[in-house]
Unconditional design. Structure first.
Length: 115
């Protein structure tokens, strides 16, 4: 029983950790979508502003993390971003998040996974 309890604890912690990673990635992808859809404006802000991060945050209503990710992305990579590719990754991560939440919400599913 102690081993099963340990396995359950490990699985729950790993699942919660993965949920955190998914949330972080989804936040970045949302920022990339905004940047992709407003590419010309983003490039203009990056080139002309002395402090582009606060300008991006105020102009597009994005978080500091999203603004930093956009600024760290090379402009040529930003131009290569495809909306469908980003949305596809968002959908996959959302499905994975729902699956993990389903497992964490159901003791039966959790026990079946351990089994």
């Amino acid at each position: 029983q102690a081993w099963l309890d340990h396995r359950q604890d490990v699985l729950v912690k790993a699942s919660r950790n993965r949920l955190g990673e998914i949330a972080d990635r989804l936040e970045l992808l949302a920022g990339y979508i905004i940047a992709y859809l407003n590419l010309d404006e983003v490039i203009r802000i990056i080139r002309t502003e002395d402090e582009p991060k606060p300008a991006l945050m105020s102009r597009f209503g994005i978080s500091e993390t999203q603004a930093e990710a956009i600024l760290e992305l090379k402009l040529r990579h930003l131009a290569k971003l495809e909306e469908m590719k980003i949305r596809g990754e968002q959908d996959e991560l959302a499905k994975e998040r729902e699956k993990i939440l389903g497992i964490l919400d159901s003791k039966a599913k959790l026990k079946k996974l351990i089994k």
